[in-house]
Design a protein around this ligand. Structure first.
Ligand code: HEC
Length: 177
């Protein structure tokens, strides 16, 4: 090996070492940048999630009175979609058959137990005089928690908890006449 080729080889080795240092360094740099970037993203997501969790888990009672039924403009079109939850048990068309539950045509302002020929529970019939007629306010209250409004009812439905959905639903029921 002559001097010239020795020099060439050492140059190549030095270049390789530099390359290792350079790329290795940039790997380390990239390696250190990426996790901190992800960390920053995670930081922005997590506090939001915590706030959302606190809002739903911590203060459902406080959120409820914030809904103002009097100023809410109920949307019967949205209400018809909410009624999908009722259709397993109720028909809503004029002259529709009673299913598990009675037909719902003309229910707003109808007397409690309004469908002749439907076999209501004794729990519901016992409340007939007290509740009187299904006006909008009573339907709105009943549909939040049917089993609390009429203890012992055979309507096996937990209710619509969202007040806006309930108002929309009642607005749609009103159109059924
Ligand atoms: C799992 C079946 C089921 C579902 C779902 C259901 N209901 Fe009922 N519903 C019943 C039954 C059964 C009765 C009769 C209750 C009784 O006699 O105690 C009833 C009674 C009622 C009454 C009283 C009717 C009257 O003549 O006094 C109203 C109003 C009513 N349901 C509305 C709704 C609405 C609106 C929904 C959807 C948000 C709904 N129900 C969902 C089964 C159901």
């Amino acid at each position: 090996m002559n001097k010239l080729s020795q020099a060439f080889i050492s140059t190549v080795i030095v270049a390789d070492l530099l390359a290792v240092v350079y790329f290795g360094g940039s790997y380390i740099l990239t390696g250190s940048i990426l996790p901190s970037h992800e960390g920053a993203e995670a930081k922005t997501i997590v506090p939001g999630a915590e706030e959302a969790a606190t809002a739903t888990a911590g203060e459902p009672k406080a959120a409820e009175p914030a809904f103002d039924l009097a100023s809410y403009v109920a949307d019967p079109v949205k209400g018809e979609k909410v009624a999908a939850k009722c259709k397993a048990c109720h028909s809503f068309d004029n002259g529709g058959a009673n299913k598990t539950g009675p037909n719902m045509w003309n229910i707003v302002n109808a007397p409690v137990g309004h469908m002749e020929g439907y076999s209501y529970s004794s729990a519901l019939m016992a409340k007939k005089a007290e509740i009187g007629t299904w006006d909008e306010t009573k339907l709105y209250a009943f549909l939040e928690a049917p089993k609390e409004y009429i203890p012992g009812t055979k309507m096996q439905f937990n209710g619509i908890k969202n007040p806006a959905e309930r108002a929309d639903l009642v607005a749609w029921l009103k159109t059924l006449k």
